[in-house]
Design a protein around this ligand. Structure first.
Ligand SMILES: [Zn+2]
Length: 319
């Protein structure tokens, strides 16, 4: 449906569409334990299995998970080889909940982490991973928790009543302390207050960290129609988030940015949101049919959140 929507909007003509290859075992093991690799491969010999929390497998799982990771690698390689300045990987299954040794939440291999490990092997010194999925990039944070050369910045819904990942005071460990930044947002937040927080924190973090490359965990389950996410963004908001990412990438890392698809489970909303992101990347306009009220000025609680995050970032020494 997404490709159909991109064709309908005339966006495909702006793109070089590339089919990825499966990631190699070496690539998967750059971010994951041999145990996890073997677990996903062996379970995929059966019609049905369960590799971990909400991570159900079928006979296609291992092949598709390797293909998704290969798609993320292709996205960053296309930029490293000079074939483009910006790229987007339309892949499934998602990856950002998968940690070094565990699967979780529909994620088997962490596509973004595998791609960032490739960038590190290619000599890229500092990578900023921006996670805008409705849920925290907890697997990604775990993999890079003590690595100061990879900053993981995650904006996500946060339910005060339910214990979960993505707390404000998860900041990294050892040499990596300060290089995990969580931005927990209230359930139901709408576009304008979200963007108010997003622009300030993202720009502040990028200005402090000065990345050489930005990789975006592009979760689009922040759309109000999504059956899993609990935020109230719309496709126009996804376009505006994208526009801000592009301008920050232009400002700090020569425009080098790869968008890697994560969540997004509404078959009506996801194609429109992907089209919105791509329309901003290729600087083309599309019609939106999902318009809702975008909210108003941010409440004091969000202003305090932004102030405390930026103060905390300023208290660390930049690498
Ligand atoms: Zn999600």
């Amino acid at each position: 449906m997404t490709m159909y929507k991109l064709r309908e909007y005339g966006l495909l003509e702006f793109l070089d569409v590339v089919s990825p290859r499966q990631a190699s075992k070496e690539d998967i093991l750059s971010a994951h334990s041999p145990y996890l690799y073997d677990l996903v491969r062996e379970l995929s010999r059966f019609e049905r299995g369960e590799a971990g929390s909400s991570s159900f497998t079928s006979k296609d799982t291992f092949r598709l998970a390797c293909l998704a990771a290969g798609g993320a690698i292709e996205a960053v390689e296309a930029i490293m080889e000079g074939r483009c300045r910006r790229s987007l990987a339309l892949i499934r299954p998602p990856g950002h909940h998968a940690g070094q040794g565990h699967t979780s939440g529909l994620c088997f291999f962490n596509n973004v982490a595998v791609a960032v490990k490739r960038l590190q092997r290619r000599g890229i010194r500092k990578v900023l991973i921006l996670d805008v999925d409705s849920h925290p990039g907890d697997g990604t944070a775990q993999i890079f928790y003590s690595d100061p050369s990879v900053l993981v910045l995650s904006f996500h819904e946060y339910d005060q009543e339910v214990a979960g990942a993505g707390w404000l005071d998860e900041n990294g460990y050892g040499e990596g302390e300060g290089y995990t930044v969580n931005v927990p947002l209230p359930l139901g937040i709408r576009g304008k207050p979200y963007l108010w927080v997003f622009e300030r924190v993202f720009h502040g973090v990028a200005e402090w960290f000065r990345p050489d490359f930005i990789v975006v965990s592009l979760g689009l389950d922040t759309h109000y129609a999504d059956p899993i996410g609990n935020l109230f963004l719309q496709a126009l908001d996804h376009a505006e988030i994208t526009g801000h990412v592009l301008s920050v990438a232009d400002e700090f890392c020569k425009g080098r940015v790869s968008f890697i698809l994560e969540g997004g489970y509404s078959l009506l909303a996801l194609p429109l949101s992907v089209a919105a992101v791509i329309s901003r990347i290729v600087d083309s306009k599309i019609e939106y049919y999902d318009r809702i009220e975008r909210g108003g000025a941010p409440p004091q609680s969000l202003k305090r959140l932004v102030t405390s995050l930026l103060d905390r970032i300023g208290s660390y020494t930049c690498p």
